[in-house]
Design a protein around this ligand. Structure first.
Ligand SMILES: [Zn+2]
Ligand SMILES: [Zn+2]
Length: 350
């Protein structure tokens, strides 16, 4: 199959360096599809990757296609693709498990020993490799706009994490961090009819958290969070604490905020080689559960799409700032004039 289309795409070249280039689209191989990207969103992981000039799992060599949250329309289908055809509206999730390894056989697909990641959401077109077509590309229902469905991937991470920590109705859940993921946690916690408390540093973001349904917000620069949590829980502590920052000290802080029998979810990924100290007395005698979580499984993507379809998550907070590919450098350098939780990127000019 020959392809005459050109692809305008963002390429990550190194630390703080993303460039927009026009590239040829290679002919599709067996099992692949070509997707025209309709909407992509920026993400904290991309920001980290931009600042570090790569990512130990997601971007290992440079220059690299960039961006991993996207929705689009299938515009070409190679031979050997049974599940998709031209004009299908899809979300391509950013990982594909192998379905053959020790962990995949136990259905722990997020822990796959040979998990592959895809980048290239910040582009006009994305060639989707066969394994992704087979295991982690999801059709979007007709009544779900691209601009909402694009949040399926980060929402799947949050849904998977919330399943692990098993948030129950009426529980008090503290979310440490004021990044986009905290806002999704906040919404899922509300959806589960639990009480969400968002702890952060940025007054603007904390205000948004309040608007998006947090029962309470706390600015760590202004209050002693542990004392405040104690006060509002009659001295017991929170039922659940979710760390969504990615620092050992905030993992430790999370552990200090829960009651006896409390659960702590370590969601934010810390730098490799870092360690936290654990209060062994509390862990044992207070029966604290300390849980790690990574990524999501393809099955949770479908649940995320359903939640978005039924408007159970307010997406307007994340997608109201629309930018073009050329704005990515400015966005990741923090130089966009209007701060936002996420930016909706459209490869065709805005
Ligand atoms: Zn993401
Ligand atoms: Zn595997």
């Amino acid at each position: 199959m020959t392809n005459t289309r050109k692809n305008k795409m963002a390429l990550l070249y190194g630390v703080n360096d993303v460039r927009v280039e026009e590239c040829d689209i290679p002919a599709l191989k067996t099992g692949e599809v070509l997707v025209k990207v309709e909407a992509a969103t920026t993400c904290g992981t991309d920001l980290k990757t931009f600042k570090r000039g790569g990512h130990p799992q997601i971007i290992k060599s440079l220059p690299s296609p960039f961006g991993h949250e996207m929705t689009g329309t299938v515009v070409e289908v190679a031979e050997g693709v049974a599940d998709f055809s031209k004009h299908d509206r899809v979300v391509v999730a950013n990982s594909a498990p192998c379905h053959e390894c020790y962990y995949c056989k136990k259905e722990k697909f997020n822990l796959c020993d040979d998990i592959q990641f895809i980048n290239g959401a910040y582009a006009q077109y994305l060639t989707v490799p066969a394994r992704f077509v087979k295991y982690n590309t999801h059709r979007i229902p007709d009544d779900l706009p691209f601009e909402k469905a694009v949040l399926a991937e980060p929402l799947a991470c949050v849904l998977y994490a919330c399943k692990k920590i098993n948030v129950q109705e009426n529980e008090t859940v503290v979310v440490i961090g004021d990044g986009p993921m905290s806002f999704l946690f906040n919404q899922v916690i509300n959806f589960k009819k639990a009480r969400s408390i968002v702890v952060g540093l940025d007054p603007q973001r904390l205000e948004w958290a309040k608007q998006s349904g947090a029962a309470l917000v706390m600015n760590t620069a202004e209050v002693n969070v542990a004392q405040e949590i104690n006060r509002i829980t009659d001295g017991f502590g929170a039922d659940v604490a979710i760390e969504a920052v990615g620092l050992p000290e905030t993992w430790e802080q999370a552990m200090a905020l829960v009651s006896k029998g409390g659960r702590v979810l370590c969601y934010g990924g810390c730098a490799k080689g870092t360690k936290m100290s654990v209060d062994t007395y509390r862990l044992h005698y207070d029966e604290i559960t300390l849980l790690g979580t990574f990524h999501y499984t393809p099955q949770v993507m479908d649940e995320a799409i359903e939640l978005l379809r039924h408007d159970s998550v307010d997406t307007s907070l994340f997608t109201s700032e629309v930018r073009g590919l050329e704005d990515l450098q400015k966005i990741f350098m923090g130089k966009d004039l209007k701060p936002a939780l996420k930016y909706l990127i459209r490869a065709s000019s805005v």
